[in-house]
Design a protein around this ligand. Structure first.
Ligand code: ADP
Ligand code: ZN
Ligand code: ZN
Length: 775
């Protein structure tokens, strides 16, 4: 399409533009898709073309008296005259072009005619959400109040003065319980000025007490020293066990950046889940901290985005897409919990990983990138430059001899925080074999160890965390008589049982498409009344807790209880204030919580994490369990972790028990290397989906055949599939996939995906997932 109008010039500096192009290229997607991720959604809404009359004084018109209404000159076509009449009938003389098109036949030509004759002008109105929000503000402009202001007016002026002489009109009216005409009178008397001003839409955050930099431990000080002395682009890994004070290092690394007038970007896994972290930043840097993530409204995102663009020194904390924050003077990028899979977008395109984009961005902006984790990803681990293994005194860091087909440059600095703050020990991890519990007659979901641990909490005035792999009550409902399992009508998965307290309703919910149905009274298949719940989610555990430990106060913390805005913060605050003894929840408990009173961490059943059909299952299970365990003993009281499992001998469980990151990761790397899996070989996953099961399968077969043919000329990758996705149908779409597996040195021979797109019928959608994480 033609460019209609340039809204603002110079809005992407060349390096930013390069970044977007690089993402489009690497992830095989169109530039516009990348722009959609990078810019706030409000800005990319539809702009509207509007047509308005040129008012008399501006009009350079052939009509004799420019002050008179336009007399529908005879030289205009009937359609043009009709449009003039419509515009004149409205006081502003202004309509959307779409409206005129609906009213008048041949409106397009007629408007062009009017434009040529200088009778109307046309303009683009930006999308509603992508506009500043203007509000009336009242400013006090006199020191001494004139004598003719009456009592009521005087009160208003007093309030204004007390509040610093400047307030939003609505706020002032509310405080004084006055009407706007009174304020207008004061304006006429020259006491105040009323002006439209931009009001920033930002989520209200509670005020915080100021926080001073802490005195660093030796390890922290050493790490900070290296970071603050970096100049230009480099990639640094800060490998610190849970509770070792990584966040304090981030804070002190950012301070000098802000002082020099530059900005810092901090990416975190899921921001709604970590109000604690944003609070720590706000307590240190006050209103220089902006938060940017998808839970904000479009208006809030648009305003924050413009604030970033304005370029004052600031700290932006955000999730995945904040890697595109338009900060003009970027001095440092930090990725906290760099191993977390939420940094990867699976769908829609671009299927980018924020860590990959961050390395490019740091390179283009010539600034350092700091990756932080207690359990670094294999990708990052393999990138560590061999030279640093000696310098930091740790052994066994793998030396990647073969060129790694990884887009990321090697890590130049390895910084380690091997101990917790104040030499607090890492919590001992006890592994309980649930098989022997059963043999000894314990049928409860709580082992004797965990039971004892929970009982002690209240006695000792301490708090605990209970981790459950799933939300809801039971993972599926099945008939005892015929074995029927209640499934989602739109997806190939069983429905999970949920119990809602509000109306005591019993619901079955699909965790993929959110389909909900009532719980059947009897088996839909055989009519038997004996339906049984299997598996246990947070609800079920909560119920059993209430039965077994009636005196224990607990808070459920999962996506069911944190749906409303601010719920994370409310629940965590209640917990931190000691209103409960136990926090019971899912995955979201693992991310960055720093609660000093928590001494006990229990994992109800680790097995759900271990047995996932994915080559990364072990790595992920290890990371999750280590992170959950890391919530215990962060304060003065020592911690304790209890992991319940049916496979205590599993290597992941053993590694977590011994806090052995390194040996675990090395075994894992050897396996990946032997099978050519990442981070050695690379993967590209073609995801196809359609509502038509036959068509998606046919297309998948056609694409695979095409690729196989090409493979013969330019070998270098292996084709796995086509195969149906692990769950074939989700929300009525059937999903197939083809995996391309590249040997480490085969990168130059990438297939031409544009051609493949042409082979897809319009009913089949194709997403190219480069370096897929979630298979
Ligand atoms: P991590 O991010 O590595 O898990 P945190 O930064 O959350 O660790 O630190 C754990 C706890 O130790 C926090 O409560 C933090 O305030 C505190 N802390 C960090 N550094 C210091 C220090 N140098 N002196 C005292 N307390 C510290
Ligand atoms: Zn049945
Ligand atoms: Zn479903």
């Amino acid at each position: 399409k033609d460019v209609e109008d340039v809204v603002s010039a110079g809005f992407f500096p060349p390096s930013y533009w390069q970044l977007l192009n690089r993402v489009a290229e690497y992830y095989y997607t169109q530039l516009i898709q990348v722009i959609r991720v990078a810019l706030p959604p409000g800005l990319l809404g539809r702009s509207q073309r509007r047509i308005r009359l040129i008012k008399g004084d501006k009009r350079d018109s052939p009509i004799p008296n420019p002050q008179s209404p336009i007399p529908n000159p005879q030289y205009l076509s009937p359609a043009a005259r009709q449009i003039l009449e419509i515009l004149q009938a409205q006081s502003a003389g202004d309509y959307s072009f779409a409206y005129l098109q609906r009213q008048v036949r041949g409106a397009y030509r007629a408007v062009r005619e009017l434009l040529r004759n200088n009778l109307v002008e046309s303009y683009l109105e930006p999308p509603r959400k992508g506009r500043p929000k203007l509000q009336k503000a009242v400013t006090l402009v006199v020191d001494v109040f004139p004598i003719d202001v009456t009592q009521r007016q005087r009160e208003i002026l007093e309030v204004l003065r007390r509040r610093g002489g400047d307030l939003w009109l609505t706020e002032l009216l509310q405080i004084c319980n006055a009407s706007s005409s009174t304020v207008k009178t004061l304006e006429q008397k020259g006491c105040v000025v009323i002006q439209e001003r931009e009001m920033l839409r930002s989520a209200a955050e509670p005020a915080l007490a100021e926080d001073q930099p802490k005195e660093l431990t030796n390890d922290q000080a050493q790490a900070l020293e290296v970071i603050t002395n970096l100049s230009g682009f480099s990639e640094v890994l800060l490998h610190g066990v849970t509770g070792s004070g990584k966040t304090e290092v981030y804070l002190q690394a950012i301070a000098p950046i802000l002082e020099s007038g530059q900005s810092a970007l901090v990416l975190v896994p899921e921001i709604g889940l970590t109000p604690q972290l944003t609070d720590r930043f706000r307590a240190r840097f006050g209103n220089k901290v902006c938060v940017y993530h998808s839970a904000l409204s479009d208006g809030e995102r648009y305003d924050t985005w413009r604030q970033m663009l304005a370029g004052a020194a600031q700290v932006v904390i955000g999730t995945r897409s904040a890697i595109f924050a338009p900060l003009p003077r970027l001095g440092l990028i930090i990725l906290d919990e760099e191993h977390d899979s939420s940094f990867k977008q699976d769908q829609p395109a671009p299927t980018y990983h924020a860590r990959t984009v961050a390395t490019w961005r740091a390179e283009l902006e010539n600034c350092p990138l700091l990756l932080g984790s207690a359990t670094p990803s294999l990708e990052t681990w393999v990138n560590i430059n061999q030279g640093f293994s000696r310098e930091s005194g740790i052994e066994g860091i793998p030396n990647p001899q073969s060129p790694i087909p990884n887009p990321q440059p090697p890590i130049t600095h390895y910084l380690s925080l091997p101990e917790r703050i104040q030499s607090r020990p890492l919590p001992p991890v006890e592994v309980v074999d649930m098989r022997s519990e059963l043999q000894q007659g314990n049928r409860s979901i709580f082992s004797r160890s965990l039971t004892e641990g929970l009982q002690q909490l209240q006695e000792r005035g301490q708090q605990g965390i209970l981790f459950i792999h799933r939300r809801g009550h039971s993972t599926f409902v099945s008939c005892r008589s015929c074995g029927y399992v209640v499934e989602c009508p739109h997806c190939d998965v069983s429905l999970a049982y949920h119990h809602t307290h509000e109306d005591a309703a019993q619901l079955l919910r699909c965790h993929y498409c959110n389909f909900v149905r009532s719980h059947p009274q009897s088996c839909p298949e055989c009519g038997s009344p004996y339906l049984k719940f299997f598996g246990s989610g947070t609800q079920r555990v909560a119920q059993e807790l209430a039965q077994a430990f009636p005196q224990l106060r607990f808070i459920r913390f999962d996506s069911d209880t944190t749906r409303t805005k601010g719920a994370h913060r409310t629940l965590l605050t209640r917990f931190a204030n000691g209103e409960a003894d136990l926090l019971v929840g899912t995955q979201m408990l693992t991310k960055g919580l720093d609660l000093a009173q928590v001494t006990l961490v229990g994992v109800v059943a680790a097995d759900g994490l271990l047995n996932l059909p994915d080559y990364r299952a072990s790595e992920r299970a290890f990371q999750t369990l280590t992170q959950v365990a890391g919530r215990a003993g962060r304060g003065n009281d020592p911690g304790r972790v209890i992991i319940q499992t049916y496979t205590p001998e599993h290597q992941v469980i053993q590694a977590v028990r011994r806090h052995e990151y390194q040996s675990f990761i090395e075994t894992e790397l050897q396996q990946r290397e032997a099978l050519n899996y990442p981070p050695y070989g690379r993967l590209i996953l073609l995801r196809l989906s359609s509502t038509d099961p036959a068509q998606v399968q046919e297309t998948a077969e056609l694409l695979a055949a095409t690729l196989t043919q090409k493979d013969e000329d330019s070998a270098g990758y292996e084709i796995l599939g086509p195969a149906p996705a692990t769950i074939l149908r989700v929300a009525n779409r059937y999903r197939w996939q083809i995996m391309l597996k590249f040997a480490p040195d085969s990168l130059p021979h990438l297939p031409d995906f544009t051609e493949l797109r042409f082979l897809c019928p319009s009913s089949v959608s194709l997403t190219i997932d480069v370096d897929p994480l979630n298979l």
